[in-house]
Design a protein around this ligand. Structure first.
Ligand SMILES: [Ca+2]
Ligand SMILES: [Ca+2]
Length: 76
């Protein structure tokens, strides 16, 4: 019974993480901290897209995302 409950909890968590993304959590470890800085710069400089890195939510990852990213970092 406990096992079933754990499975359901994990399933719900998975659904939640798939449907929502945490802005600034570039390395996808569910926390926004200094570990996200390096992957953020990597995405920024490689012209690739990751929803978590689109900190101003304008549909692309550009230098305009740097200030909001730092704000998110500072707010955590
Ligand atoms: Ca992270
Ligand atoms: Ca953006």
């Amino acid at each position: 019974m406990l096992r079933l409950k754990i499975l359901l909890t994990n399933h719900l968590f998975l659904l939640k993480t798939v449907s929502e993304h945490v802005l600034g959590d570039i390395n996808l470890d569910a926390a926004v901290n200094f570990l996200d800085i390096s992957p953020f710069i990597a995405i920024l400089t490689s012209n690739s897209f990751l929803a978590q890195a689109d900190c101003n939510e304008d549909g692309e990852v550009t230098f305009l995302d740097i200030a909001p990213f730092i704000q998110i970092l500072g707010g955590s």
